[in-house]
Design a protein around this ligand. Structure first.
Ligand SMILES: *Cc1c(COP(=O)(O)O)cnc(C)c1O
Length: 352
């Protein structure tokens, strides 16, 4: 079965061999306070910074998931207020999770074909954390680097937190345009689930230090103290950190990766431009995600396509939330192979 699910997604072919290597080298049982672990952790962070062009002075943390990062931000960074701009299920969930922890979370919903416009934000400058979902996995939309930079320019002193769960590791992200970025590895990184990555600017760390919140096992100040020694406050997913290190070692620099993903994205766009009964859900070209392709059709046809695809060994991503019955999603993640995409295109080509 070839999985086109946008998370958990197809893992890299090399994963079983890397797991075998980890077993041979005794990594499955190493202590997370050992010298050996610290070396792997440090190397993984160094590789992430180099391959993804993350600024040197940003701090990288290992968490359990992207969901955990929502909570870490709410408990350790958002002092009073946060502003959540979203157009889909994941952005909404982030807002809801934050509301349970903080009183001052405000939602700003926008349409799936609208582009975020910072001139319409009208926020009190310098106050509150701006929360954005860079790649909305539920509906295949994105906030581009250009728009992110515009927001940064308009609000230079505001903390900006970004959910890049289904884009980090797949496309080029301008990390300097925001203060906190996070992802989990079962999307673009092509790894099994169970590890999150959180990237923080010096400004974000200063804010966390100033707040000094220390009530949780994953309070950011506590995480930072442990990260000084390349460690985590809890026993982390050591195997997955090792696998991430191997995948990063083998992966091309992010700009090359981006080029490949963008080229494949274009071929999907060309493919659906020729069709009538199945089409790209998002009509505004500039709002389209590069890594998640949402396809819309009638309820009947969506069911037929998903069932028939499965019989052919092609697993399509279910529609998400309100879009469940009338859409399916196709991951455009780096681990997918050209010939697998060809196979799916061939299968879909029987539909007009
Ligand atoms: C998958 C996803 C999440 C949740 O990730 P977990 O690893 O399950 O916590 C959050 N945000 C976005 C945009 C996602 O795609």
């Amino acid at each position: 079965m070839i999985s086109f699910y946008p998370g958990p997604s197809r893992v890299h072919d090399e994963i079983p061999a890397y797991v075998a290597d980890a077993y041979e080298a005794g990594i499955l049982s190493i202590n997370h306070r050992s010298e050996e672990f610290m070396k792997i952790s440090e190397k993984t962070i160094r590789l992430l910074k180099r391959k993804l062009e993350i600024p040197h002075d940003y701090t990288i943390f290992f968490t359990g998931s992207a969901t955990e990062c929502w909570e870490i931000i709410a408990q350790s960074v958002i002092a009073k207020s946060s502003f959540h701009f979203f157009n889909g299920s994941f952005g909404r969930k982030w807002f809801e999770y934050t509301s349970r922890i903080c009183n001052g979370a405000t939602p700003f919903e926008f349409g799936i074909n609208d582009l975020l416009d910072e001139k319409e934000f009208k926020l009190v400058k310098g106050e509150g954390v701006i929360c954005l979902t860079q790649n909305e996995t539920s509906n295949g939309t994105q906030v581009s680097n250009r728009i992110m930079s515009g927001i940064r320019e308009q609000y230079p002193r505001q903390l900006i937190a970004v959910d890049a769960t289904s884009s980090m590791g797949g496309v080029y992200l301008d990390f300097s345009a925001a203060d906190i970025w996070f992802a989990s590895v079962q999307k673009c990184f092509g790894l099994p689930a169970g590890l999150g990555i959180m990237v923080c600017s010096p400004t974000a760390m200063e804010k966390a230090t100033k707040l000094g919140e220390r009530n949780h096992y994953n309070s950011l100040t506590f995480m930072a103290e442990m990260m000084d020694k390349w460690q985590t406050p809890f026993t982390p997913n050591v195997l997955n950190i090792y696998l991430l290190n191997r995948v990063m070692e083998a992966s091309r620099p992010i700009r090359d990766q981006h080029e490949k993903i963008e080229k494949r994205f274009r071929s999907w766009i060309d493919f659906f431009n020729e069709k009538e009964t199945i089409r790209h859900l998002i009509t505004n070209k500039q709002a389209r995600s590069l890594t998640v392709i949402p396809v819309q059709s009638t309820e009947e046809l969506v069911t037929t396509i998903k069932t028939k695809a499965k019989k052919k060994g092609l697993l399509l991503g279910e529609g998400y939330g309100d879009l469940k019955s009338t859409t399916f999603r196709i991951a455009n993640f780096p681990a997918l192979k050209k010939k697998e995409i060809g196979k799916l295109m061939k299968f879909l080509s029987r539909y007009d």
